[in-house]
Design a protein around this ligand. Sequence first.
Ligand SMILES: [Zn+2]
Ligand SMILES: [Zn+2]
Length: 121
Amino acid sequence: MTQAWHITIRWDWAEDSPAGVTVVDRVVDNPADLGRLVNAARADPHVVAFSYRQVRELTGDEPQHCRAGHAAGGSATRPVRDWWPCSCGGHLVLRCRRCPDVLADPPVGADCDTKGRATSP
Ligand SMILES: [Zn+2]
Ligand SMILES: [Zn+2]
């Protein structure tokens, strides 16, 4: 099964965007590429918004419950998406809004250097 992320980046003006348009949709298939795009978007003062989501298949398979069983229905309870830079390339993280549960994808491995982040609130 291949892993991919869909990232959407919005700029304030087309002239300030490297692509010459205000909205860019990209699909990347490895976390290092996604991390580069996210870091570039965060560093660019002309980027007004960006978002990304994991796409594994067309229907999507984002977890609908955290490990404590909280359902992720509706916008108020959807998990918070986060990004952990890591020596392995980075992890997409879904944090439950109602408990400290965190799902990292790909899973944090023994060689990963996100352990401090994973256990901090
Ligand atoms: Zn929860
Ligand atoms: Zn890692």
